[in-house]
Design a protein around this ligand. Structure first.
Ligand SMILES: C[S@@+](CC[C@H](N)C(=O)[O-])C[C@H]1O[C@@H](n2cnc3c(N)ncnc32)[C@H](O)[C@@H]1O
Length: 264
C-alpha cells in the first residue's frame, strides 16, 4: 500500500525551502494542476513540487545534516559505526554497506579521510615504517571504501572529503568549499564530488536578490608567520579521538546549505 504521508509539497523562495506540507495521495493531482498552471516563475523562484525523498547520511555520527533534514519533514537517516549523537530512532549504527542498498534517493557521505589526505603524506616515507607499519594497506582500504561509496546504486550522491589523493585517483571534485562561504568563521577546504546534484550556492556579496553568505575567516597566525584554522588550534589539546571527532563534524552553515538546496 502507498504511504500517503510520504508525499510532500515544497514551497521555495530563492531556491530555499520555505515550507513543506504533507499531502494525501488523492490531493496530488490538484497541486500538479497548479504547477502546470504556471505557479513556477523564473528565479527568484516561488515554486511548488512534489517529493517523497529518502536520504541517507553516510558516516555521520553527529547527525548534523540528518537532524536538519528531519526538521524539514524529510525522511533522513544517518549511519555510522558509532552511536547517534541526537536521536537513535533515525540512526543505523552499523557498517554503511549494510544499509546502502535500502532504496535511497540521495546519499551524502563523509568517508573516513585520515589515510586519504595529502597533509599526512610524510608518514608514508620509509623512515616512518616502524611507526606506521600498516599505513599502505590502510590507504588501500580507505580508497576502496571511498570508491564503493562513489559507485553506490543511488541516483544522487555527494561525497565530502578534505583535499587529498582521491582528486587524482577518482577524479577532480566538482566543487571545493569553505565553511566561511556559508557563515561559519572557519577555514577548511572541503571537496565535494557530486552525482546528479548542483553545486552548493554561496553568495560573496549582497546583490539584488540574495544576501551575502560569506563571512571573514578567523585564522590564527603564529610568530613564524605560519597560519592555522581556529578549529585546528582550539582542538589541538584534546585527546586524539575527541580531536578528530571535533574536527570532522559538519559545519552548521554547510549543513544548512545542503538541506535548503538539495531537496527534491
Ligand atoms: C570523517 S568522519 C565524518 C564525521 C561526520 N562529518 C559527522 O559530522 O558525524 C568519518 C566517520 O565514518 C565512520 N565510519 C568509519 N567506517 C565506517 C563504516 N564502515 N560504516 C559506517 N561508518 C563508518 C566513523 O565512525 C566516523 O564517524
Amino acid at each position: 500500500m502507498t504511504n500517503l504521508a510520504s508525499y510532500r509539497i515544497l514551497f521555495l523562495i530563492n531556491h530555499n525551502v520555505l515550507r513543506i506540507y504533507e499531502v494525501r495521495l488523492n490531493e496530488i493531482s490538484k497541486y500538479k494542476q497548479m504547477l502546470v498552471g504556471g505557479m513556477v516563475a523564473k528565479p527568484p523562484v516561488i515554486g511548488i513540487f512534489i517529493n517523497r525523498m529518502r536520504v541517507l547520511i553516510a558516516c555521520e555520527e553527529s547527525q548534523t545534516i540528518t537532524a536538519k533534514y528531519r526538521e524539514k519533514g524529510i525522511e533522513a537517516y544517518s549511519c555510522d559505526l558509532k552511536p547517534a549523537k541526537i536521536n537513535s530512532d533515525w540512526h543505523y549504527q552499523t557498517d554503511i554497506f549494510e544499509v546502502i542498498n535500502l532504496g535511497w534517493d540521495l546519499m551524502i557521505a563523509h568517508p573516513p579521510c585520515t589515510r586519504l589526505t595529502v597533509t599526512g603524506n610524510k608518514w608514508y616515507k620509509p623512515e616512518f615504517a616502524d611507526r606506521f607499519p600498516n599505513i599502505q594497506e590502510e590507504r588501500k582500504e580507505a580508497i576502496e571504501f571511498f570508491m564503493k561509496i562513489a559507485n553506490a546504486n543511488i541516483n544522487r550522491i555527494a561525497i565530502e572529503n578534505p583535499i587529498g589523493i582521491m582528486s587524482s585517483i577518482f577524479r577532480k571534485p566538482n566543487q571545493v568549499i569553505q565553511p566561511y562561504y556559508f557563515g561559519d568563521t572557519e577555514r577548511k577546504a572541503t571537496c565535494l564530488w557530486l552525482k546528479n546534484l548542483p553545486k552548493l550556492r554561496h553568495v560573496k556579496e549582497n546583490n539584488l536578490f540574495e544576501t551575502k553568505t560569506h563571512v571573514e575567516p578567523e585564522i590564527i597566525t603564529f610568530k613564524s608567520g605560519s597560519t592555522m584554522s581556529k578549529i585546528h588550534f582550539e582542538s589541538s589539546k584534546l585527546p586524539k579521538d575527541l580531536r578528530s571527532e571535533v574536527r570532522s563534524k559538519t559545519f552548521e552553515g554547510i549543513a544548512n546549505a545542503i538541506v535548503n538546496q538539495w531537496i527534491f
